[in-house]
Design a protein around this ligand. Structure first.
Ligand code: A3P
Length: 321
């Protein structure tokens, strides 16, 4: 639906009232838009991004389902693109949280109204920007331009646990009493989660990648954990900033990987305090950084349920976990 943002209240409120609502397990309000569950808090910024964002061919858009490795991908891509501007030992990542360094469409660029927002036209190129918006409802200009999209996916069981711990830690809906784990898990499996259903999110970007691998890179958190060096090289090539033989010899790939590692970022002063938008603690973006932590929370039956969902939803797509 077209929304006129010059009179934001009326048309936006009208549209909002026509949509199905749910309360997420942590008490935050969700609205269903085009089959996708969105946090009501983010609905206006997402519609504004759709309407106003103009992609450039040189843009790099980082897309993720929340808690799939966004922070890591931001640090890596920023470091890769800016390695000739900032030497590693003077990287802005040493003094700023990765979410400050790489802005997000719906959190930073279109969070406020109209002129309160920064002007992305003024950002230096290449612009690296992030979003959680599903492929199908990305701003048209992203899908129509020649910009590059990097998607990072993660085992949904780990995503669910990571998200659960993150939301319990940040308590965004201040007065709400969170639902128990099994109820929250049931909602996740029924697709009711921020930007969910998770399988639609993953499949949207997976299919976009299959259709146009030069424009859409599809990564897995687990692969980066398994072999960061080859993935850093792969990301750099995809972004159009491949490492020279000389750089490889000097160990630049290792240096960037180390700078962006979980241990390094987690232990920086800047990431031990402060917050993002007054809502999310910087420290909450660095919890465990492990593969398979779900076994400490979820039963084999719960894991089986997600496995079955993935098998049926991903059937024939080539996407596996
Ligand atoms: P856990 O909660 O399992 O520890 P996002 O960045 O998309 O919000 O995802 C957060 C998850 O990525 C958290 O997972 C967090 O610990 C992990 N993470 C953050 N920085 C990381 C890094 N540099 N390397 C590996 N994992 C990282």
């Amino acid at each position: 639906a077209e929304v006129d943002h010059s009179s934001p209240k009326d048309e936006f409120q009208e549209l909002l009232q026509t949509l199905e609502h749910q309360t997420n397990w942590d008490g935050q309000r969700l609205v269903k838009y085009d089959g996708i569950w969105l946090l009501e808090l983010l609905f206006r910024p997402i519609l504004s991004a759709q309407k106003y964002f103009k992609a450039k061919d040189t843009d790099v858009i980082l897309s993720t389902m929340p808690k799939s490795g966004t922070t890591w991908l931001k640090a890596l891509t920023f470091s890769i693109a800016n390695r000739s501007v900032f030497p590693i030992d003077r990287s802005p990542l040493l003094t700023s949280n990765p979410h400050k360094v790489v802005p997000a469409l719906e959190f930073n660029l279109y969070w406020g109204k109209g002129e309160e927002n920064p002007d992305p036209e003024s950002f230096p190129e290449p612009r690296i920007l992030s979003t959680h918006i599903p492929f199908e409802i990305l701003p048209d200009s992203i899908r129509e331009s020649d910009c590059r999209i990097i998607y990072i996916s993660r085992n949904p069981l780990d995503v669910f646990i990571s998200q659960r711990q993150f939301l319990l830690e940040n308590k965004i809906a201040k007065d709400a009493v969170p639902l128990e784990l099994d109820e929250a898990f049931d909602m996740f499996c029924r697709g009711i989660t921020s930007y969910g259903p998770f399988w639609e999110h993953m499949l949207g970007y997976w299919n976009a990648h299959l259709k146009n691998p030069e424009r859409v890179l599809f990564l897995k958190y687990e692969d980066l954990k398994g072999d960061i060096l080859s993935n850093v090289k792969k990301i750099a090539e995809f972004m159009g900033f491949p490492f020279s033989a000389e750089e490889e010899k000097q160990g630049v790939v290792e240096q960037i990987s180390r700078l962006c590692s979980f241990e390094n970022l987690k232990n920086l002063e800047v990431n031990k305090s402060g917050n993002v938008l007054g809502l999310m603690k910087n420290s909450s973006f660095f919890r465990k950084g492990e593969v398979g932590d779900w076994v400490n929370y979820l039963s084999p039956e719960m894991a089986e349920r997600v496995k079955n969902i993935m098998e049926s939803k991903f059937q024939g797509s080539g996407l596996t976990f």
